[in-house]
Structures are given as C-alpha cells and as structure tokens.
Ligand binder design. Sequence first.
Ligand SMILES: [Zn+2]
Length: 146
Amino acid sequence: MGWEAAFDRLTEQLDPYHELLRFGRVSADVDDPDEWRAELRRQARRDKIPIRSFASRKRPDGTTHVWAGKARIGADELRSRNALVAVQREAAGRAELRGHARIVWLRAVLGEEAAGRCEGCGGRVYVARTTTPPTIDGDVFDRRCG
Ligand SMILES: [Zn+2]
C-alpha cells in the first residue's frame, strides 16, 4: 500500500468506540457528556477493556469536551510509542528542511504509524514503524512549503 492510501486510512472518521480501540484514546465536543461516556463504558465493559473518561465543564455554547482512553498502557506499548515519537520527530525535522516549519500530527496508532499535516501548506506526512527501516513519506518531501 502506498503512503497516500495509508494516510487516508489513518485519518478516516470512525465512531468513538472504534476510534478508542484503534488509537488508544478519543475526544469530542458533545451536547450530552453523560450519554457519550456511558455508551463508551458500556461497549468497553462488554469487551472487558478498562478505560478512563473525563468531561470538562459545560461551555457557554452548551457543549462539553469529553475524553476517554485505555486505562493501562504496558511497558512494551510505552517503548514502542516512544520509538514512534522518535520517527515522527525525524520526519518533522526532514520536512522542516523544505520549509514546512510546523507539522501537526492528526492521528497515530500507538507505536505503529502516524499521519500529520503541515500547518503552513496542508502538505501530508506519513510515518510507520511497521517496516524496517521505518517509513517516512509524504508530499511535504517533494516540494517546498507555501
Ligand atoms: Zn508546508
């Protein structure tokens, strides 16, 4: 699979529970935080996955920011997450050589792959640790920013 297909797959919209399963966490702005959290907890209980969730105070516009994540991250997961962060830093550094000064990471699968965009021009970056050596690809490496 080329990097563009991987980027699209990584940034597609999922329902909140599947986003939590795939990325280890999920957040949203919702009208009914209790319902959002209860539904996630119900599905997580069914699959015996321990999760944590939080809700902010209700905003003036009536929405509440909610967040949920897997409750436990093992040592192996932590090591591979840190290794992916190192690949993301290297990719951002290479993109900066072409003038893409700020890469915003949109999505990451814990320790495996991540998709990001340049804030300046919208150029895309895709990295993966599932290959040897790690994959660093994207259209930011083909052109200068702007
Ligand atoms: Zn750029």
